[in-house]
Design a protein around this ligand. Structure first.
Ligand code: 3HC
Ligand code: NAI
Length: 711
């Protein structure tokens, strides 16, 4: 078995080296190794001080997250008790931090007497993003070593800080800036401390100065967290724990932290958020694309179409320092696009998120043109012109002529058949879909659409460049709407149908936001543009023609030129920042219901939620069975990062697993039978859903069954 803890002695210093790749997770084996090493150093009378460092180049990413689900995090020795023992050590203990010290990793360092950190190191307590709080003393020690406000901000946001910031805040004692090995510097530092007879510094003996905190400090932070992290429980528990640090003796504070941790660690929210964590890592594994597939170099990018999406897409690349050419048909369109980009930057500057010189740097990387000759040397071209197959095919014919061999040709289409686009080129292996979400410079999700002939190295390149520009790439297959918009279709269909049956936009939106979605369906339609969903329906008329009520209200609003927020009228009326119900929607709905013979009635909140969510999940099951998504957790990532689905519910497929697939199936069958002809049209359960229920399986099990190539 691999030795995860190395013990050595250099003169009077014992050196513990943690060696548990990839991230030095504090698994049971590491904890046991640490305990044994500590015991040995205490017993060795030649040892006066201990240095704990990493053999892997990164200190530790904290507790082994997989142990939360297995329950192994509770197996002996437990981290909190181990850290208390280290803190009580009669011999000086020094942490040597390089790379990352996160979660339990930072907590280990905080339990030491002194900390030396490489200047490039990052230190943080990201537990909150896993639905938990630091559970090995972090909430009690950090407010003592730094100040409570800094500690609270780090713990509630989960954001790591630089070694420099940690040093200024007081929880790093020495910065290692020289180009020499950190371990050598740490051993010298230990000797220096011994020579100076430096005191042991235990947090248990430190008091917190709360005098500088405003009276309503914790109340205000709770309200702020409730607003910014709506629906999430962990931030509130983090605040409870830091408040305990400020009001209770150290030992009682630790006990309070323990109790709060125990409350969170087995909660459904923690399960959901940890599911999302592992889902993000799983999404990087793509069948047929080996981890060693060499990506193509992407040094220059071109974007075709300077509209809403093209402008945002170009911003991503120039923000990441990649020279980008933006091409449109006319100088006027280009100018409009450039104005929109400048306006976006100006907003960021006015909000203090960017400084003006940085904006100039980015804009310096952007070239605008109407000439295809200017994109001939681009390594990646992303087309974002109008959503019409013939127009896109023409653009790709031109790209095929002008682009250099090996250039990756991508389309941002949201619904069109990527293979039909690739087919007009002589190089379908170089064609891929890169489906950005609006606003493209903000939204983290990127659906990477794999065509029938897309080459593995083109997919690997897309994954790599996506991460370089800060996106989360999720690979999907070709079908109408890919994964996100295809699953959205039945969800939107039901919301619209229930307007005809008697619900109001505000009622539907309230049910969905109460569930945790960032926005209700009607608000989302108004924001994205009623024209956009209308045009999508136009591209799919044959598939919906049998349902005369399909998208009825949206079609009427479109015909009247009421496109939502951009025209001031849609499912709601907009006046400046004010929004009110649009009585026109109720009129259209009532008239249409009479025409179509739909009985209007009061619809319960439960029915609204189920009719929106169950078909969404059902479509996810079809997508999985067809292999359009590699795994259910990919659908979850797409919904959490592209459609405002609450991360604390883990995404729609995880939500379905937690709810019970039998409940989802029974719901589908219920509405199929209850809604008559309409129900028969749209509520047929997916075969995979039926099969999993019959077998007692889950979407998660189905993932495990998938043969994912891990080469
Ligand atoms: N436990 C278990 N596995 C972990 C892990 C952890 N803490 N951190 C990362 N991993 C695994 C990943 O799942 C991945 O596995 P895979 O290759 O099989 O998919 C592998 O390590 C590499 O991770 P990444 O792909 O994320 O590597 P990166 O280099 O991109 O990122 C990282 C490294 C910044 C450390 C990132 O992995 C990360 O943020 N990890 C989580 C850190 C965290 O949340 N720590 C707190 C843990 S909870 C805790 O400590 C509780 C305590 O208070 C008691
Ligand atoms: P848009 O109408 O804002 O911009 C399209 C731009 O393309 C215009 O500036 C137009 O002049 C230019 N253009 C048209 N034909 C061209 C050609 N032959 N050569 C060069 N430029 C040409 O459209 P938008 O919203 O930016 O959409 C673009 C693409 O992105 C579409 O495929 C759309 O489906 C997709 N998309 C749109 C999203 C949205 O929310 N708007 C979200 C995700 C994808």
């Amino acid at each position: 078995m691999r030795d995860v803890m190395h013990y050595s002695v250099a003169g009077d210093i014992a050196v513990f080296g943690i060696d548990n790749p990839p991230v030095n997770g504090l698994s049971q084996a590491v904890r046991a190794g640490l305990q044994a090493a500590f015991q040995r150093a205490l017993e060795d009378t030649t040892v006066d001080a201990i240095v704990i460092h990493s053999c892997t180049g990164s200190f530790s990413a904290g507790a082994d997250i997989a142990e939360f689900a297995s329950g192994n995090f509770n197996t002996q020795p437990e981290l909190p008790a181990l850290l208390e023992a280290i803190e009580a050590s009669p011999k000086l203990v020094i942490a040597a931090i390089d790379g990352m010290a996160l979660g339990g990793g930072l907590e280990l360092a905080l339990a030491c007497d002194y900390r030396i950190a490489a200047s490039a190191a990052k230190l943080g307590l990201p537990e909150v993003s896993l639905g938990i709080l630091p559970g090995a003393g972090g909430t009690q020690r950090l407010p003592r070593l730094a100040d409570p406000a800094t500690a609270l901000e780090m713990i509630v946001s989960g954001r790591p800080v630089t070694a420099q910031a940690a040093s200024e805040a007081g929880f790093v004692d020495r910065l290692h800036t020289a180009d020499t090995p950190l371990l050598d510097a740490a051993v010298s530092y230990a000797r220096e401390l011994l020579a100076a007879n430096a005191p042991r510094l235990s947090c248990s003996e430190m008091l917190i100065d709360t005098a500088a905190l405003p009276a309503d400090f914790f109340t205000d932070r709770r309200l702020e967290a409730a607003r910014r992290q709506r629906g999430f429980q962990a931030p509130q528990r983090c605040i409870d724990a830091v408040e305990a640090a400020c009001t209770l003796p150290f030992a009682d504070g630790l006990a309070r932290e323990r109790a709060l941790f125990a409350q969170c660690v087995t909660s459904p929210q923690a399960r959901a958020q940890q599911h999302v964590f592992f889902a993000e890592r799983a999404a990087a594994r793509i069948p047929g694309v080996g981890a060693d597939t060499p990506p193509r170099d992407i040094a220059r990018v071109a974007v075709i179409g300077a509209g809403t999406m093209g402008g945002g897409i170009a911003m991503n690349f120039i923000n990441a320092g990649i020279p980008t050419v933006l091409l449109d048909l006319s100088e006027e369109s280009l100018q409009r696009g450039l104005d929109a980009i400048r306006n976006n930057y100006a907003i960021s500057v006015s909000k203090g998120r960017l400084d003006a010189s940085r904006v100039e740097q980015c804009l310096g990387l952007l070239q605008a043109t109407t000439q295809y000759a200017d994109i001939a040397d681009a390594d990646l071209v992303i087309e974002a012109v109008f959503e019409r197959l013939d127009i896109k095919q023409n653009v790709f014919r031109t790209l095929d002529e002008v682009c250099k061999p090996g250039a990756i040709l991508a389309s941002n289409t949201s619904t069109l058949d990527l293979d039909a686009i690739a087919a007009v080129t002589s190089r379908p292996q170089d064609v891929i879909g890169l489906h950005f979400f609006s606003p493209a410079n903000v939204m983290r999700l990127l659906e990477v659409v794999r065509g029938a002939r897309t080459a593995p190295d083109v997919i690997a390149s897309a994954q790599k460049v996506a991460r370089r520009i800060g996106k989360l790439p999720v690979v999907v297959g070709v079908c109408f709407g890919f994964v996100g918009n295809r699953m959205l279709e039945p969800y939107g269909r039901e919301a619209m149908r229930m307007l005809l049956e008697g619900a109001s936009p505000a009622q539907i939106d309230r049910v969905l936001t109460d569930f945790g979605l960032a926005m209700g369906l009607c608000s989302m339609s108004d924001l994205a543009g009623i024209d956009v969903s209308y045009l999508t329906r136009q591209g799919n008329r044959a598939a919906i023609a049998h349902d005369p009520g399909y998208g009825f209200i949206g079609d009427r609003l479109y015909e009247k030129g009421h496109y939502g927020q951009k025209t001031g009228q849609g499912f709601y009326l907009y006046a400046g920042r004010q929004r009110s119900e649009n009585p026109e929607v109720e009129e259209i709905a009532a008239t249409a219901a009479a025409e179509l013979g739909i009985a209007r009635r009061e619809i319960s909140e439960e029915e609204i939620l189920e009719r929106c969510l169950f078909p969404l999940v059902n479509e996810g099951a079809r997508i999985l069975e067809e292999g359009i998504a590699c795994r259910a957790s990919d659908c979850d990532l797409i919904y959490v990062n592209g459609y405002g689905f609450p991360a604390w519910r883990g995404g729609p497929m995880h939500y379905a697993d937690e709810t019970g697939l039998d409940v989802i199936l029974a719901g589908m069958q219920h509405y199929r039978d209850q809604l008559g002809e309409y129900g028969a049209m749209w509520f047929e359960p997916a075969p995979l859903l039926e099969r999993l229920v019959a077998e007692g399986g889950t979407f998660r099990d189905f993932d495990r069954g998938a043969e994912i190539d891990k080469r």
